[in-house]
Design a protein around this ligand. Sequence first.
Ligand SMILES: Nc1nc2c(c(=O)[nH]1)N[C@H]1C(S)=C(S)[C@@H](COP(=O)(O)OP(=O)(O)OC[C@H]3O[C@@H](n4cnc5c(=O)[nH]c(N)nc54)[C@H](O)[C@@H]3O)O[C@H]1N2
Ligand SMILES: Nc1nc2c(c(=O)[nH]1)N[C@H]1C(S)=C(S)[C@@H](COP(=O)(O)OP(=O)(O)OC[C@H]3O[C@@H](n4cnc5c(=O)[nH]c(N)nc54)[C@H](O)[C@@H]3O)O[C@H]1N2
Ligand code: SF4
Ligand SMILES: [Mo]
Length: 745
Amino acid sequence: MTGHENVPEPGKIFAWNRLFSRRKFLGLGAAAAATVAGEQLLSHLTPTAAGAPGSATAGASEEREVFTLCEMCVWRCGVRARVRNGVVVKLEGNPEHPGNRGKLCPRGNAGLQLLYDPDRLKFPMIRAGQRGSGLWRRASWDEALDYVARKMKELKEKYGPESMVLSSTHNLSQPYFENLLKAYGTPNYGTQRSLCFNSMTMAFLFTYGQAQPGTDYAKAKYMIFSGRNLAESISNIETQDFIDMTARGAKTVILDPRFTRSAAKATEWLPIRPGTDLAFYLAMANVLVTEKLYDADFVSKHTVGFEEFAKEVAPCTPEWAEVRCEIPARTIRRIAREFADAAPAAIAHPNWRSSNFLNSFQTERTIAVLNAMVGNWGAPGGLIPSEGEEGGPALGSLPQPPYPPVTAMRLDGVPWKYPLVPLKYGIFQNIRDAILSGQPYQARGLLVSRQNPVLSLPERQKTINALMKLDLVAVIDVIPNDTAYYADVVLPESSYLERYDPLTAAGNRIFLRQPVINPLYDTHSALWIFKELGNRLGLGAYFPYRNEEELLAAQLSPHRVSLEELKAEGFYEVTSKADQPTEGQKFQTSSGKIEIASSFLAQVGQKAVPTWQEPSAPPPGQFYLLSGKVAQHSQMGTQNNLWLHELFPENRAWIHPAPARERGIADGDEIVIESAVGKVRIRAYVTEGIRPDCLFMVPGFGHIAKALRTAYGQGASDSALHQTFTDPVSGSQALSQTFVTVVKA
Ligand SMILES: Nc1nc2c(c(=O)[nH]1)N[C@H]1C(S)=C(S)[C@@H](COP(=O)(O)OP(=O)(O)OC[C@H]3O[C@@H](n4cnc5c(=O)[nH]c(N)nc54)[C@H](O)[C@@H]3O)O[C@H]1N2
Ligand SMILES: Nc1nc2c(c(=O)[nH]1)N[C@H]1C(S)=C(S)[C@@H](COP(=O)(O)OP(=O)(O)OC[C@H]3O[C@@H](n4cnc5c(=O)[nH]c(N)nc54)[C@H](O)[C@@H]3O)O[C@H]1N2
Ligand code: SF4
Ligand SMILES: [Mo]
């Protein structure tokens, strides 16, 4: 059994937010009445309940360990799950997994509370009132899938496949979501990339021909970070390496307008003026050139365009930078010298979410070039050439037909308006805007998987307006997130502890995500959902697996290990030399060298070398609005998790004591923050740890989906305030250049 007995009968209408109320039985009028015994459901879900659903041996005492992969963020740490009598009682780190070396972060530990979240999605649902009204009807899988497929077919016939937008954030089953996209024939794909790291990945791609090189924390002597907050914005093993690096006394410099936990750990914190990191790095380059501190041998052998860049930075002295970035010239000069001294074991960190200002692409390009100037590529303590986005030993695949040709232009403007943005990166916020404008053509449908664009795109009201305009909105998720709230159909995926995903490979290992217990509810894996949708759309050939295990076995086929063996350990180590990635000094750029002057940029009439680009600044009386993660939550998706909620229940707006005093704001007071596009009420956190010209909010709060009973109404969403700015070169959004006013409420 999967717990259906506690949820409404198919066909009955209910208000989602009140479905599992402890206090009330639900009554919605005679015709639409449904009754639910909430108490019964909650006790049924208590992890200590004997004979809980999913138990293989209800009644008999059973204890086992299952190795799998975490999915509480995109990092996929190795997990050892302890299961007692069918109940998952503890998640621990798998010591054998190199991505986390036995440790889980707070979110990984709290994965149990996603599995047992009383507010989880438990069965397919179809909207029963106005969009966004919160009225739903439980549906069977057949009915819900038929609905989505019928609508998608209709839209394709009437308006062409390009009228459908598909969107999803990085996850293991994404290749099959992309099969759905490409086989259906739409070019319109929204991913998180333009909201996250486009400016960084494109800068490194253009400079080195590699989007995401690694960093050798273990041997580095010196590292400079711009906004990268490893102590809180966790990449498990990198966070461990960063902490180790600070503990062994290597020098770390943090540029951030805010005193983060990383700043607290670092050797030096520089509270830089937002948007001016570019001035800081150009001035560092100026010092390296004028004092001849760069690695002339490496530069002449492996780079092109150095002379042009040297000319470009000639005016960018530390004194020139000081008036822009508000870091003393002598500090910039000292740091440039220390950086060169430590080279090649010195790194200007590539950073991650680099979507701060329209000039962030130039900032990242300058960072990329600084690394080349000190010749740290592949050197101990330097940048590590990467194995590509996924890397690792090659995996097998199942044969499938080629995709149909796609002729329609893309709604996001790639490449017709943004010629340099790689097709797979895209510009999500532009798709949202194209839905609203109807230009260059009107999109009609949206299928979202594993994503919450209502909170993660800037300008929340615009996103909601776009959803309201569509003929079809379907959402695949594990919780009733804010985007699902505006959907017509909600398809519940099994949580990561209840399903298979495709295998993943990294280093010399292959890793498995496998069910720790059977699904508690009427849910399925994404692989199953995509296949079922594909079948109904006449695209079954693109989902050539009968079940998940068959696909996994095909992926394993090049290797001497069976799925059963993989299941026992959760990973397989490939020892044969032929499988190891190869290294080389040839760069995948048009010149085959590190392009300090980029041929791509030159081709489209952009300046080929990194150059100063003035960032916008707030008018008097206004503040920069900064955004950034906390260790206790993942993006916009974990605020309803009971354990994480206990650790971090709501966000507060950081404000410096000086502007707070001027406005009569004391710590904990309600304040109103307003931008050109929105207004929120939130409590103030008055702290010296932020520049007086900035406010800061943790994203992911202020949920509007009432069905998230723990998170609903807690704190406020900065997405309600953010304006939409898009860098014309990289397509990256610019989050820190929304300016706001603040008053006491
Ligand atoms: N716990 C946790 N870990 C996570 C995530 C999570 O949600 N929770 N998300 C993951 C993801 S998808 C990503 S992309 C990474 C993001 O991780 P990071 O790249 O480390 O970025 P953010 O946490 O977004 O924090 C950005 C920091 O940039 C600062 N900042 C804003 N504007 C500027 C500026 O102009 N200059 C400088 N120097 N600093 C500025 C902000 O004050 C903030 O401290 O974290 C990953 N790890
Ligand atoms: N204001 C502001 N906006 C930002 C950022 C910021 O710092 N501030 N950061 C930006 C960055 S770096 C990024 S990467 C994006 C992220 O933007 P999104 O990808 O939209 O945000 P997430 O919260 O990661 O969305 C994940 C969704 O996946 C669901 N989910 C979790 N596990 C599963 C699963 O197993 N299956 C399915 N189907 N669904 C699951 C969660 O419930 C959640 O609804 O946001 C960007 N937007
Ligand atoms: S970093 Fe934390 S949340 Fe992310 S996969 Fe690892 S343990 Fe899970
Ligand atoms: Mo991100």
